[in-house]
Design a binder for this molecule. Structure first.
Ligand SMILES: [Zn+2]
Ligand SMILES: [Zn+2]
Length: 254
């Protein structure tokens, strides 16, 4: 059985087709999926998915790409996370690719999320793009290692992966690892311990080969696992068993 550790089933492209997507998950042995929150306005819809379907979980957080919002405070995030179906804080982090200029607000928002995770004792889902050094620095300054979490949709170097793992973080691979040109990332997927690995789709984005360019869905997480199995010269079952047990160990989900 596979678990999709990161998807956005509340986004319109997927929400409008939910029953079919849940059916595809069953057909492809994808037992569970974590529906990741990107802003507080839409959080009730993410939570509703997890309350309605026993194999879906929710997180709560405000993505670094959402500008001009009322800034979430740690205590508020922690109170929203005080729910049995909410298993993580995020997605949060830094994104210097999408947004430019003075991004101090992004760094402050990230700090609030780490504090919230520490208050409620739930792990973090971290997004980082062209901001690895600041991301790792703030994780260290705020004591993110005490709750741990996942570096989602990982696209950074082996050195960044090592530093994140030293802070108790898992590394999650998306469909990007199936792309022909992603050689450095394939190398990271070969080198890291299986005990530190998660897999995800980040659907509706980033559909893996052979569906690249289409709308992604949780069932496609099996292509990510298949690519990792080929890279490492092990069976898909081994990748599935490890990443699924890592998911339940990290998120203490049931
Ligand atoms: Zn992300
Ligand atoms: Zn995401």
């Amino acid at each position: 059985m596979f678990v999709d550790s990161h998807c956005h089933l509340d986004f319109p492209d997927l929400a409008s087709n939910l029953d079919a997507l849940l059916g595809k998950m069953r057909e492809n042995d994808v037992s569970h999926a974590l529906c990741v929150s990107v802003n507080l306005e839409d959080f009730p819809r993410v939570l509703a998915l997890a309350e309605t379907h026993s194999n879906l979980f929710a997180s709560v957080g405000v993505h670094p790409d959402y500008e001009n919002l009322a800034e979430p405070q740690a205590a508020h995030l922690a109170s929203l996370a005080d729910h049995p179906r909410v298993i993580a804080i995020g997605e949060t982090g830094l994104d210097y690719f999408r947004l430019k200029g003075d991004l101090e607000w992004q760094r402050e928002r990230f700090r609030q999320h780490i504090r919230a995770a520490r208050q409620c004792g739930k792990p973090l889902i971290i997004h980082t793009r062209e901001a690895a050094a600041d991301t790792l620095r703030i994780m260290a300054e705020e004591g993110a290692d005490s709750v741990g979490g996942v570096m989602h949709c990982f696209t950074e170097s082996w050195e960044v992966a090592q530093q994140a793992m030293e802070m108790n973080f898992y590394i999650s691979f998306s469909g990007i690892v199936t792309f022909k040109k992603a050689l450095a990332l394939k190398d990271v997927a070969k080198r890291i311990k299986l005990e530190r690995m998660l897999i995800e789709t980040d659907s509706p984005y980033l559909a893996p080969v052979p569906h690249r360019g289409k709308i992604n869905q949780p069932a496609f997480v099996r292509y990510v696992a298949e690519e990792i199995a080929v890279l490492r010269g092990i069976s898909v079952d081994e990748v599935a068993t490890a990443t699924t047990s890592n998911f339940f160990n990290l998120f203490k989900a049931a």
